[in-house]
Structures are given as structure tokens and as C-alpha cells.
Design a protein around this ligand. Structure first.
Ligand code: F6P
Length: 343
């Protein structure tokens, strides 16, 4: 049995732990051969493949990023790319693709499965928006980075009596914003799931001032939208291979509007890719390791078309199709808890 592992889409902490998990289980326990495909689907189009050995995955557990490289390449966009994918799977004698990705990367795996190519999946993304799994790895690390940033912004906000707006990642869902916002004691959290109004926010800021708190921390997910608009904010206007806008800029808009309407000195911090960098937390290392090992077990059990998932405290598996059918939105009961502390 030859397994080809690839990591696609945005990188996140825990990818290397997952690569190590699949590789160790496959070689040590099942005597499979494992190859690493470079730079996501792009490497399968170009035929960039290298052997993965016990030695090559040794020492990578705590490393951020992915030793295989990644890309946002969509190999289904052009027929010639898809043909190359098929040719290279044959050329490198790959029996199963072990695909580590978010919704875009996994949606390609799903389509390849329909074409008869055997795939298993592992859900990764700091956004935590894959259905059927309680957590994706990478999310916990991003939350801890954002929580630390909110703590730091508190002390400077309090000293200068300012409003601090912090823009965090979360393209279609506000998981990072809500969980880190609750952990960091945010005074308002804006998420894609709930359109916001600047005048409400200004009310909250005034309410705090009346309680003697003359600073506020506002956490904004990059995909948050004002009530009056249905468009995501993208300061660069760039679009990726899957047709998604590269988001960013909502923090600046919110900050400017708050300063204008409230008259309170306001500063904006965009955390950006710091949220995806560096070593994974212990939780993400363990989750990615468990998922990697479980993905090799899916291959053993010939459960092709399935993705490993965390449900409660157990690793289980669900059809990839089900996982990508709908984005896992923020639980509004959780958002209600965050709202208790607004203002
Ligand atoms: O998908 C994860 C994510 O970090 C999103 O939160 C964000 O919108 C996007 O990736 C940014 O991607 P890029 O790597 O293209 O900057």
C-alpha cells in the first residue's frame, strides 16, 4: 500500500504533527510506504513528490507550518491539471491520498473520490468551520495567540483610555473571535454570523464609560459585515483559486467609524498571519497526532471518502461529503454568553 500525504490551503499549527501521525502509524504498524506531495494539489499537478521515512518525520511534532509546503491550488479548475493529477497518481503508484485540509482542499478530495481516486481526509484550519468535528487542529493555537494579544491590548487601552479594535481571522465564521473574545474579556465581538451596527457599538462604549470604564476592546472577525451591507471587506480585492476573496480591512473601517461617532481615541490592530504561525499548543499537537494516526487506520479499514473527526472526546470518522456540505457556524448560544459581557 502506498499512501501520498498532502497539506492544502492555509497552513496552521499541527500540520506536521498530523503528517508524523499518519507516517508513523503507516510505516511502524502497517508496513505501508508513504510519500509526501509538495505544496498541496500543486505538487500533484507538477509531480513533486518525496519519500517520507521515520527519519524525515522525526522532530517535526512541535514545528509550526508544514514540512510539505502548501498552496491554494485548485486542480479541478483546468482539465489539463486534473489529467496531470491522474497521471501522477499512476506514475508514483499512489493507492490512497491522505488529504489534510480545510473545506476547499477537502472538496477537491471529495470530487476525486467520485472519480474513483481513493482518499481519506483530516480537518485542519484555524477557522474551526468544518462540520461534523467539534474541533479542527490549528484552532486552539490561534485562539491562544489572539487571547494573549487581547490581554496585551487591555493594558495599553486602559492606560490611554482608548478603544482598541482587533481584527482576527475567520473568513465565514467567527469561532476565533468568539472563543478568544470570551477568554480575553472583550467588550464587544463582531462575527460574520451576526451583522453589526456601529451605533450599537457606540452605545456599548458609552455604557462602559458610564460605569467608569473609559476604555474598550472590540474584537472583529475579518468576515464580519455591517447590517447595511452584504459584501465582505477585502482591502486588496484579491481572489484565490477557489474564488474566495482575500479578506481584511474591516477592523480599520470599524475603528474609523467608532472614533467618528463616539469621539473616543481609537486604534486598530490586525493580527493577520501571526495567528497561523509558530508552534502548536499541546491540545493541537495531541489532536493532530490522534487524527493522523486515525487517518492511517481509515486506510487500513478501506474507509475511503471518509474524514477523521473529533466528537466529544472520541476520534471517529464521517463522509468527507458531509463535512464539507455546510460550514460549521458559531453556536449562537455561545455568542449569547459572550454578549453577557458586552458593554
Ligand atoms: O483559511 C484560514 C485562513 O487563515 C482564513 O482565516 C483567512 O481568511 C485566510 O486563511 C487567509 O489566507 P491567505 O493564506 O491566503 O492569506
Amino acid at each position: 500500500m502506498n499512501i501520498g500525504i498532502l497539506t492544502g490551503g492555509g497552513d496552521c499549527p499541527g500540520l506536521n504533527a498530523a503528517i508524523r501521525g499518519v507516517t508513523r502509524r503507516s510505516i511502524d504498524n502497517y508496513n505501508y510506504n508513504v510519500v509526501g506531495i509538495k505544496n498541496g494539489w500543486d505538487g500533484l499537478v507538477k509531480g513533486e513528490v518525496e519519500a517520507l521515512t521515520l527519519l524525515s518525520v522525526s522532530g517535526i511534532l512541535p514545528k509550526g507550518g508544514t514540512i510539505l509546503g502548501t498552496s491554494r491550488k485548485n486542480p479541478l479548475k483546468k482539465e489539463e491539471d486534473l489529467n496531470k493529477v491522474k497521471e501522477n497518481i499512476k506514475k508514483f503508484d499512489i493507492d490512497v491520498l491522505a488529504v489534510i485540509g480545510g473545506d476547499d482542499t477537502l472538496s477537491v478530495a471529495d470530487k476525486l473520490c467520485e472519480m474513483g481516486i481513493q482518499c481519506v481526509g483530516m480537518p485542519k484550519t484555524i477557522d474551526n468551520d468544518i462540520s461534523g468535528t467539534d474541533y479542527t487542529f490549528g484552532f486552539d493555537t490561534a485562539v491562544s495567540i489572539v487571547t494573549d494579544a487581547i490581554d496585551r491590548l487591555h493594558t495599553t487601552a486602559e492606560s490611554h483610555h482608548r478603544v482598541m479594535v482587533i481584527e482576527v481571522m475567520g473568513r465565514h465564521t467567527g469561532w476565533i473571535a468568539v472563543i478568544a473574545g470570551i477568554a480575553g474579556g472583550a467588550d464587544c465581538i463582531l462575527i460574520p454570523e451576526v451583522p453589526f451596527s456601529i451605533s450599537n457599538m457606540v452605545k456599548l462604549i458609552k455604557q462602559r464609560q458610564n460605569r467608569g470604564k473609559n476604555f474598550s476592546i472590540i474584537v472583529v472577525a475579518e468576515g464580519a459585515k455591517p447590517e447595511e451591507s452584504d459584501d465582505y471587506i477585502s482591502s486588496t480585492g484579491k481572489v484565490d483559486d477557489f474564488g474566495h476573496k482575500i479578506l481584511g480591512g474591516i477592523g480599520e473601517l470599524v475603528g474609523e467609524a467608532i472614533e467618528k461617532e463616539s469621539g473616543v481615541d481609537t486604534r486598530v490592530t490586525k493580527l493577520g498571519h501571526i495567528q497561523r504561525g509558530g508552534t502548536p499548543t499541546a491540545f493541537d499537537r495531541v489532536l493532530a497526532t490522534r487524527m493522523g494516526v486515525a487517518a492511517a487506520d481509515l486506510v487500513r479499514d478501506k474507509k475511503f471518502g471518509y474524514m477523521v473527526a473529533l466528537q466529544g472526546n472520541k476520534i471517529t470518522s464521517i463522509p468527507i461529503k458531509e463535512a464539507i456540505s455546510v460550514q460549521k457556524k458559531v453556536d449562537l448560544e455561545l455568542y449569547d454568553i459572550a454578549k453577557v459581557f458586552f458593554g
